[in-house]
Write a new protein. Structure first.
Length: 118
């Protein structure tokens, strides 16, 4: 599976941004797509995920209520809607795929950078 993330950019505090993650290749084997982020000088952290079939979603506690993950299976694309963004949301955002019967996210996109100005 190949992933292409886009949609990052510069946004003001309190603003919104929507990231996209387009999947190609063996998409029939996708179990879940996750969003992660890595702030400068920090470890990569889980943001949210969505099951490819059924659409169940999961969020890191700090993202609940502000971020929404969704998918469009016809377009093989997963979205991360970011609302009421804060400076601490500044990071490179990555999408990743966990395949069926997989235990971890194995396929990663190149990342898209989000900068929130105060």
């Amino acid at each position: 599976v190949q992933l292409q993330a886009c949609g990052g950019g510069l946004v003001q505090t309190g603003g919104s941004l929507r990231l996209s993650c387009a999947a190609s290749g063996r998409t029939f084997n996708i179990d879940a797509v996750g969003w992660f982020r890595q702030a400068p000088g920090k470890e990569r952290k889980f943001v949210a995920s969505i099951r490819w079939s059924g659409g169940s979603t999961y969020y890191a506690d700090s993202m609940k209520g502000r971020f929404t993950v969704s998918r469009d299976n016809a377009k093989n694309t997963v979205y991360l809607q970011m609302n009421n963004v804060k400076p601490e949301d500044t990071a490179i955002y990555f999408c990743a795929v966990r395949e069926r019967f997989g235990m971890r996210y194995e396929h990663w996109g190149q990342g898209t950078e989000v900068t929130v100005s105060s």
